[in-house]
Design a protein around this ligand. Structure first.
Ligand code: G3H
Ligand code: 13P
Ligand code: ZN
Length: 284
């Protein structure tokens, strides 16, 4: 199948009360693991590329690998730019065949975020590419900040309504207490805030920083309107655990396939687990 945009995937998820998993890829083994897991679960899936992934592998490699995987796959696959930094990068992704982009203007003042997002929306609409925006700041777990500083970064429901009234994106990432990377403690989601935002918008909501969030909190977030859940760190952990175990079992191994093969299987297993948690199994 050719790559699909996020619009149809998230529209179905919203109606069906489940979320589509959006999994970060950085190389061939990760792309293969994500697709194998989605096929085994008969689930729609989003493969996404972060800034780090683009720097590491290059847009062309990521696009070519994922397009090939999608063509061979029995399930719908969307290729999405994660945390797009600006108009030029979005254009480059569209030229390379990405079916979806995120434009992350969350560090900009509200009106500037709206202007930038609308500029991206104009070209995306003309090319059938879907657009995710971000409002509120989703930091990293390494950011050393207090609880009140953290809450100051959360998405304001009224601002979210104003944002969507002024730019009709296909998905909105919000900040409700998650962060990128490994958590030091257990993250606590501001579910009342999510519920309020979801009640004010029709737009599918995206949860970033979802690795390490307890399963019941993920389920509660999906029940309250989250339709796309982003997972990166859990895949990295599985990859490296697979590599370490394979090397521990045979420290003198010289064939990379004997190390990366088991790592790919570990990643497939965690992605399958997440797909089941998100309720998207058998929704392809
Ligand atoms: O955006 C979230 C990603 O987990 C960050 O990944 O280190 O590949 O840019 P990166
Ligand atoms: P984690 O690495 O915390 O799973 O976050 C992924 C993410 O939000 C990518 O945009
Ligand atoms: Zn993110």
């Amino acid at each position: 199948m050719a790559l699909v945009s996020m619009v149809e995937l998230l529209g179905k998820a919203q109606k069906g009360g489940y979320a589509v998993g959006a999994f970060n890829c950085n190389n061939m083994e990760i792309v293969q693991a994500i697709i194998a897991a989605a096929e085994a679960e008969n689930a729609p899936v989003i493969v996404q590329a972060s800034q780090g992934a683009i720097k590491y592998a290059g847009i062309e490699y990521i696009a070519t690998m994922t397009k090939l995987a999608a063509e061979k796959a029995s399930i719908p696959v969307c290729l999405h730019l994660d945390h797009g930094t600006g108009f030029d990068q979005v254009m480059q992704c569209i030229r390379n065949g990405f079916s979806s982009v995120m434009i992350d203007g969350s560090k900009l003042p509200l009106e500037e975020n709206i202007i930038l997002t609308n500029r991206v929306l104009d070209v995306a609409r003309a090319t059938g590419v879907s657009v995710e925006a971000e409002l509120g700041k989703i930091g990293g777990t390494e950011d050393d900040i207090t609880v009140s500083e953290k809450e100051a970064m959360y998405t304001e429901p009224e601002e979210a309504k104003y944002f969507i009234d002024h730019c009709k994106v296909d998905a909105l990432a919000i900040a409700i207490g998650t962060a990128h990377g490994q958590y030091k403690g257990t993250p606590k989601l501001d579910l009342p805030r999510l519920e309020k935002i979801a009640g004010m918008l029709d737009t599918p909501i995206v949860l970033h920083g979802s690795s390490g969030v307890p399963d019941d909190a993920i389920r509660a977030a999906i029940e309250r309107g989250v339709c796309k859940v982003n997972i990166d760190t859990n895949i990295r952990e599985a990859f490296m655990a697979g590599v370490k175990d394979a090397l521990a079992a045979n420290p003198s191994e010289i064939d990379p396939r004997k190390v990366l093969g088991p790592a790919r299987e570990r990643m497939t297993a965690i992605v399958r687990e997440k797909i089941r948690l998100f309720g998207s199994s058998n929704q392809a």
